[in-house]
Ligand binder design. Structure first.
Ligand SMILES: O=C(O)CNC(=O)[C@H](CS)NC(=O)CCC(=O)C(=O)O
Length: 272
C-alpha cells in the first residue's frame, strides 16, 4: 500500500439521471485535477427522487450508472466507488437492490455490495422513509477488496453506519479504508452523522471515506452534506461543508501503522 489522495464527492442529486451524471463527471474531473486516485460518489448519485419514480427508471439508471463509472475510471485512470444505485431484482419487478460498486482504472468491476440494512424510519421532522417498499435487502456481508496500491477497501452504504458489526466484519478481514457513502437526512445528520463516522474510524482504526448528498433534492427531501475523510485516530481530515464539492485527503499507510501501534485495540478483541 502506498500514500495517495482520496476524494469523497458531495452532490445534490435530483430526480434527473442525465443531469446527475453530468454533475458527477464535473466533480470527478475536479478531484482528479487535485490529484485524487481514489474517488467515491455518494449514495443515489445517479438518481435521487421518489421511490416509485426510482423504481420505474431502475433499469435505465442501473445500466447508465454502471457504464458511467467504468468510463470515468478508464478516462481518468482512477479507482472509483459508485456509492449506491438501484439494480433491478430479476425475480421481483417491484424491487431493486441498492448497490455500490468499486471499479478499477481498467474499467473492471472489482467488488459489489448490496445494502443490507434498509432505512424504514419515521424521522421526527415529519418525513417517512420506507426503503424496503422498493428495495430488496442484500443477504450477505460485504467482503473487502484487497488493493496492492490502495489498501484493503471495505464497502457499506449509508444507514449501515448504525450497525457496527458490519464494520467489525470488515476490519476482521483486514480493512484499512471503510467507504460509507450516504444520503443522510438533514434531521438525523446534524446530531448523528459525524459522531457515527468517527466511531467507526476509531473503533476499527481505519480510514473512513464518506461521500455525501447535500441540500434539497425534491419537495421536502433535504440531506445533511458534510462529506468527510477521517483518519484512523478519528480526526476529520477534510469536510466538504454544505455545498456540492468534495473532501480530499491523504490516505497514508505510515499513519495507519502508527495509530495501530498507539492504540492496538483491534488486537485486544475478545468477542469479535
Ligand atoms: O433521502 C432520500 O430520499 C434518499 N435516502 C436514501 O436513499 C437512503 C435510504 S432511504 N437514506 C438512508 O439510508 C438515510 C439514513 C439516515 O439518514 C440515518 O441513518 O439517519
Amino acid at each position: 500500500m502506498k500514500s495517495y489522495l482520496a476524494a469523497a464527492i458531495q452532490m445534490t442529486s435530483k430526480p434527473n439521471l442525465e443531469k446527475n451524471l453530468a454533475e458527477a463527471e464535473e466533480l470527478i474531473e475536479l478531484a482528479v485535477r487535485r490529484g485524487a486516485e481514489l474517488v467515491g460518489l455518494p449514495e443515489n448519485f445517479a438518481f435521487l427522487g421518489k421511490e416509485a419514480d426510482k423504481l420505474a427508471q431502475a433499469q435505465d439508471i442501473s445500466l447508465k450508472a454502471e457504464k458511467f463509472l467504468k468510463t470515468m475510471a478508464q478516462r481518468f485512470q482512477i479507482t472509483i466507488l459508485g456509492g449506491g444505485f438501484p439494480v433491478p431484482v430479476e425475480a421481483d419487478p417491484t424491487k431493486a437492490y441498492n448497490t455500490a460498486i468499486l471499479v478499477a482504472p481498467t474499467g473492471t468491476e472489482l467488488t459489489r455490495y448490496q445494502k443490507v440494512h434498509l432505512f424504514d424510519v419515521d424521522v421526527p421532522d415529519g418525513n417517512t422513509y420506507r426503503e424496503s417498499s422498493t428495495v430488496m435487502a442484500g443477504q450477505s456481508l460485504p467482503s473487502i477488496y484487497p488493493s496492492e496500491q490502495l489498501g484493503n477497501l471495505g464497502l457499506s452504504i449509508c444507514y449501515d453506519v448504525r450497525f457496527p458489526e458490519l464494520y467489525r466484519h470488515l476490519s476482521h478481514q483486514g480493512a484499512d479504508v471503510l467507504f460509507i457513502p450516504a444520503a443522510f437526512t438533514a434531521f438525523t445528520g446534524k446530531d448523528h452523522w459525524q459522531v457515527l463516522l468517527q466511531a467507526r474510524a476509531i473503533e476499527n482504526t481505519c480510514y473512513v471515506i464518506a461521500p455525501a448528498q447535500t441540500g434539497n433534492h425534491y419537495e421536502r427531501r433535504y440531506t445533511h452534506g458534510h462529506a468527510v475523510i477521517i483518519d484512523p485516530w478519528g480526526m476529520i481530515l477534510a469536510d466538504a461543508g454544505e455545498k456540492p464539492g468534495m473532501a480530499i485527503a491523504e490516505i497514508n499507510p505510515t499513519r495507519l501503522k502508527q495509530v495501530r501501534q498507539q492504540m492496538p485495540s483491534l488486537q485486544h478483541r475478545v468477542f469479535v
